[in-house]
Ligand binder design. Structure first.
Ligand SMILES: *[C@@H]1O[C@H](CO)[C@@H](O)[C@H](O)[C@H]1NC(C)=O
Ligand SMILES: *[C@@H]1O[C@H](CO)[C@@H](O)[C@H](O)[C@H]1NC(C)=O
Ligand SMILES: *[C@@H]1O[C@H](CO)[C@@H](O)[C@H](O)[C@H]1NC(C)=O
Ligand SMILES: *[C@@H]1O[C@H](CO)[C@@H](O)[C@H](O)[C@H]1NC(C)=O
Ligand SMILES: *[C@@H]1O[C@H](CO)[C@@H](O)[C@H](O)[C@H]1NC(C)=O
Length: 469
């Protein structure tokens, strides 16, 4: 009986709060005209709170039962409905999967916005620039080296030479729309094949087959494939004659892998930014990181994101034991409502493709700036919030460094008969306009992660601006 009143009230409150926020922003814009700079003393929290309520609405609309509960301007809890079947038993902690997940939205915005400007391929310039890059880090990317450091750099170079370009082969904003295709058995319930193929680039995972048999479910287009160690043996069969697909190894290189690489024409690189610990969870996350480092829009297919999951399935093999579906589902929903990815799944397939409740680019930019200022203020660091704020180490190469990158500038010698050139010597002028613009805005600087998911320890390498080159 009282229902209608309840539902009208929040709408009115929301309207008023939007109006209030709008007027605060107007005042701030006006005052910034007088001071000549953007001085939003107490604006960050209202901006973030507004972003939070948008997120809450988005989760309610798109989350298939998930709800977002706001704790403060940064923290939020995503909850599954009472009675959700949590059948995944965690041996380590002796519990079933929880039905609640807490997130720091401010941190999440900072992290995922940073990915849009990152380089996620390991290069020579990175190893040259990073402190002990060759001695220490290179050794971590080689299996069966027989030592935990590169005491003999020549030996390490021999291992890495087939997969180590001098500078980044791919660029932020290189593609507009990318599809990241997971391996979930759910893919067989839909026919996303054509839709997947309509993307500018398609990123697949490990041994996922691409052929006529599955075409209507997963498409045929192949551009990138993230692979782990063990996959080397199978790879030639999986590639099945497709020699343009770029392989990106997200673990370590070793002798067997190199032997395989020598036999194929495909470009092969190492992923930069993996967490160098065992049992790192979320393999799908790496594909999303790779996609964000090259694409404006990231559509995901074949991830475990619908309710009612009882076993881990893959579209091309029998089910097996897997990891936390609820945790994954909550996190992917968060990412969608942060404007990072767009989720496609059987239960969403019939929806109208409407992304109006996902935050706009402008809204994300505002929230990002607010989160960054707030973080710096809390850390007692004011000012200097430019795009290089997280650069801890600057590269030695480039015009301001000590000299050129080690080795030769392209891989035509090391991989004479492969398709490396397709990406590596692409002229600047043939890059997408947005990618060129970004390159100029970043003053030719490439950003790399040091390790893991820490944000404020990037390795930054400056390249000559192309007009000067
Ligand atoms: C370093 O490795 C290279 C290549 O395997 C080898 O030829 C050379 O003898 C090694 N140097 C030393 C000092 O062990
Ligand atoms: C390899 O590709 C051909 C067509 O190009 C297809 O008929 C065949 O099924 C594929 N094999 C595998 C193992 O995917
Ligand atoms: C929960 O999942 C288990 C295991 O698949 C199943 O046996 C059980 O019937 C499910 N319960 C509900 C309420 O769906
Ligand atoms: C590795 O390749 C570079 C060219 O990129 C070359 O200069 C270097 O000599 C090679 N090193 C070894 C050990 O083969
Ligand atoms: C990312 O790059 C854009 C330029 O394309 C820049 O305006 C922005 O500040 C950068 N953001 C981060 C987090 O590095």
């Amino acid at each position: 009986m009282t229902r209608p009143r309840f539902s009208r009230k929040p709408a009115l409150v929301r309207l008023l709060s939007v109006a209030a926020l709008f007027s605060i922003i107007l005042i701030a814009i006006q005052s910034s005209f007088f001071t000549g700079s953007w001085t939003p003393v107490n604006l960050d929290i209202p901006i973030l709170s507004h972003f939070q309520s948008n997120l809450q609405q988005c989760v309610a609309n798109r989350g298939l039962g998930l709800t977002a509960h706001i704790i403060d301007h940064c923290n939020v809890i995503l909850k599954f409905p009472q009675g959700t079947n949590s059948t995944w038993y965690n041996e380590q902690f002796k519990i079933f999967e929880p039905l609640e997940y807490k997130y720091d939205v401010c941190e999440a915005i900072l992290l995922w916005e940073q990915y849009r400007n990152m380089t996620t391929v390991l290069t020579r310039e990175y190893l040259d620039s990073r402190p002990d890059g060759w001695f220490d880090y290179a050794a971590k990317r080689i299996a069966q080296l027989g030592a935990d450091k590169c005491y003999n750099q020549t030996l390490c170079e021999e291992h890495l030479n087939l997969t180590l370009p001098a500078k980044p082969p791919f660029h932020p904003r290189q593609f507009r729309r990318c599809a990241v295709v997971g391996n979930s058995g759910d893919l067989l319930k839909t026919q996303f094949g054509e839709e997947i193929d309509s993307h500018d680039a398609v990123i697949r995972d490990n041994e996922a087959p691409v052929n006529e048999k599955y075409a209507k479910h997963v498409g045929l287009k192949r551009d990138f494939r993230l692979v782990v160690r063990g996959a080397a043996g199978n790879m030639i069969k999986i590639l099945n004659g497709s020699d343009d697909e770029v392989l990106i190894i997200k673990s370590v290189i070793h002798r067997d892998f190199n032997a395989m690489i020598k036999k194929i024409r495909n470009p092969v690189y190492l992923f930069q930014g993996i967490v160098l610990r065992r049992g790192a969870k979320g393999t799908g996350m790496k594909s999303i990181e790779l996609a964000l480092s090259m694409c404006d829009i990231v559509d995901i297919y074949g991830f475990t994101v619908d309710p009612g999951y009882t076993e881990w399935t893959r579209y091309f093999s029998t089910p097996r034991k897997g990891h936390n579906p609820l945790q994954g589902r909550a996190y992917y929903q968060l990412l969608e409502c942060l404007g990072v990815i767009r989720i496609h799944s059987p239960m969403r397939a019939k929806r109208k493709k409407d992304w109006s409740d996902v935050p706009s680019r402008e809204m994300i930019n505002n929230a990002h700036r607010a989160a960054l200022r707030l973080k710096k203020k809390q850390a007692g660091q004011e000012g200097g919030l430019g795009q290089f704020v997280n650069c801890k180490v600057w590269g030695k190469s480039g015009p301001y460094g000590n000299g050129p990158v080690s080795g030769s500038t392209d891989m035509t010698d090391t991989r004479k008969d492969s398709n490396y050139n397709r990406w590596e010597i692409m002229p600047f002028e043939s890059l997408r306009k947005e990618a060129r613009k970004h390159y100029m805005q970043m003053e030719g600087v490439s950003l790399y992660k040091m390790d893991g998911n820490k944000l404020d320890d990037l390795v930054c390498v400056k390249h000559p601006l192309k007009s000067e080159a």
